[in-house]
Design a protein. Structure first.
Lengths: 198, 370
């Protein structure tokens, strides 16, 4: 199929986004042609600005437009409590909960020797530094509940233990509001393991 | 349980085929390369969503077709339901009772199948991998959770082997990560080994009397687990874990040197003794076959005990490999209990008594000839 160069470039760009295949890319590109010029300019600017103005907080690794980020600067938050997550999106998910008053640390990945990602490739070094500087008392490790996430959680807990800092792992189990009968066996058995006294 | 009927569409060499089965014995007769094993394979696939012969689903679809479909009606004591597998280039869909099942563990187990094919005669003689596959498949059929632990174990094992390679080449000097992966590995390894012990206990109970029967009371079969470290069947989960911890501690330097994991359920094996002697090394071919047959028959009883129904038995080209006495013992054991599919090139080698109540299917180039 032949497309004029500007549009084929646009299609190409869309296919670089996750979840967008060649057909959707074509549809989006043609949609852009139909849009008002102002809207397109706005869109383009938003893309460039998001990339240019956002950096990673040098303290916690979260995405931010100021350094350190708003969460790190917030004095009303408890610096003795740090929640460790894999991804900036996880911080946003946690923040939606509106109940956590500690601070965060974003690892940007999980340790996976198979993919060539070792401890030095994720944001652990700055975490260790923070433990010393900020008087941290508890680390809540909220990496994903899969093989790599678990390994990363265990790795961090081993690094931190000698310093005498309390390390906890978030619970695994049933989703709230769901029915027991729809849960798979693995989740159910994790939920049984993690049961608590009433 | 039994399979009432099956319908194949553009599957292997079958364009379209619809067959109604007898609930006792079905004999599929045909020359080589006419589609006997393909038919057996389709029943196996309906149960497990994958072929026992190839990992590539593409091979199962007729070369000029878009998809292949297998549909069957299963009858259990209290229920009757259709099962359906559609294979296409986009992937596969498994439907149970008309509803698509996204998780394989929700589908597998609805139809229990035990297959006995020529390669199973190698169960005793062949390499340890064959025996591990046998034990893993059987436990998985009765305990879906086992499949989960096995999968997790394999994932951690791959990670650990990669790290050991890195350590071997000195690309990495960090032992903490190795210890983390060791701990994770042990978590799943211990559960796998514990389940295997439990399963072997049951298997042993059923296989010994069956073997005595087939061997005319002459042979005593014993089954042992040969682990890659010091664990035994009287140990509980914690004791097994302790043993693994000690083992991995001791071999760490060697593992780094070799760049691979040297202990774990992926290196364990089963050993069979007949009259006190290792059949793999000292047994005659006949004894090895009898042992394989006893194990398969024990498996049938075991599934009945665990699920309350007898599985469907597939005998692919093996009946003629057994001598008259073993053949009649086999047919006697399953008679009236187990729906059985037998594939053979000729009915000459099969006991006549059993054939009387059997339904015969003559297959020629993917078509049933009357």
């Amino acid at each position: 199929m032949y497309y004029p160069e500007p549009i084929s470039k646009l299609i190409d760009s869309f296919t670089k986004l996750p979840g967008i295949g060649p057909k959707t890319a074509v549809r989006l590109a043609f949609y852009v042609l139909e849009m008002e010029e102002d809207d397109v300019l706005e869109f383009g600017k938003a893309l460039v600005n998001a990339k240019r103005e956002l950096t990673h907080c040098t303290n916690c690794g979260h995405i931010t437009d100021q350094d350190p980020c708003a969460i790190c600067q917030d004095e009303s938050r408890d610096s003795a409590l740090i929640c460790v997550v894999q991804d900036p999106k996880d911080v946003i998910a946690m923040e939606k909960m509106k109940e956590f008053s500690g601070k965060y640390h974003v690892l940007h990945g999980a340790i996976s020797p198979m993919d060539g990602i070792g401890p030095e490739d994720i944001n652990v070094e700055s975490l260790i530094k923070r433990l010393k500087d900020e008087g941290v008392e508890e680390l809540i490790i909220a990496t994903n509940p899969n093989v790599e996430g678990e390994a990363t959680a265990m790795y961090i807990s081993r690094l931190v233990k000698p310093a005498g800092i309390r390390t906890t792992r978030i619970a695994h189990g049933l989703p709230v509001g769901g029915d027991l009968e729809y849960a798979d066996e693995v989740t159910l058995s994790k939920a049984m393991e993690g049961r608590r006294e009433l | 349980m039994h399979i009432k009927d099956i319908a194949l569409t553009t599957y292997r060499n079958y364009d379209r085929l619809a067959l109604e089965f007898d609930d006792t014995i079905n004999v599929i007769i045909g020359e080589n390369a006419q589609g006997k094993t393909n038919l057996m394979e389709s029943i196996y696939l309906l149960a497990f969503t994958k072929s026992h012969r190839t990992p590539r689903d593409k091979e199962l679809i007729q070369w000029d077709a878009e998809y292949a479909k297998i549909k069957g009606t299963i009858i259990k004591r209290n229920s009757r339901f259709p099962m359906e597998i559609v294979l296409s280039k986009k992937g596969k869909k498994a439907k149970l009772n008309h509803i698509e099942q996204r998780r394989l563990s929700d589908y597998i187990g609805a139809l229990n199948v035990v297959m006995f094919a020529p390669e199973d005669l190698n169960l005793v003689k062949g390499n340890p991998q064959v025996r591990r596959r046998f034990i893993d498949m059987e436990i998985g059929q009765i305990q879906p959770r086992y499949i989960y632990h096995l999968g997790q174990y394999q994932k951690v094992l791959r990670q650990r082997n990669h790290l050991l390679k890195d350590l071997q080449r000195r690309r990495n000097e960090d032992a903490t990560m190795l210890h983390v992966l060791t701990e994770q590995l042990i978590e799943h390894a211990a559960i796998i080994v514990e389940r295997r012990f439990q399963f072997l206990n049951l298997l042993r109970e059923w296989a010994a009397p069956i073997h005595r029967g087939i061997s005319r009371e002459l042979e005593k079969l014993e089954i042992f687990y040969r682990p890659s470290l010091d664990v035994s069947e009287d140990m509980d989960l914690d004791a097994i874990k302790e043993s693994y911890i000690a083992k991995f501690h001791g071999i760490e330097t060697k593992e780094i040197e070799r760049g691979t994991t040297l202990a774990g359920p992926h290196r364990d094996d089963l050993v069979f003794y007949v009259n006190g002697r290792d059949v793999q090394t000292y047994g005659s071919q006949g004894q090895q076959r009898t042992t394989a047959l006893s194990l398969k028959l024990a498996e049938i009883e075991l599934i009945n005990k665990e699920t309350g129904e007898y599985p469907v038995l597939l005998l692919d080209d093996v009946l003629s490999e057994l001598d008259d006495y073993r053949q009649s013992h086999l047919l006697h054991t399953i008679r009236g209990k187990v729906q059985t599919f037998v594939s053979t090139t000729s009915i000459d080698g099969i006991e006549h008594e059993a054939l009387q109540e059997a339904e015969l299917f003559y297959i020629e180039e993917g078509i049933r000839k009357k």
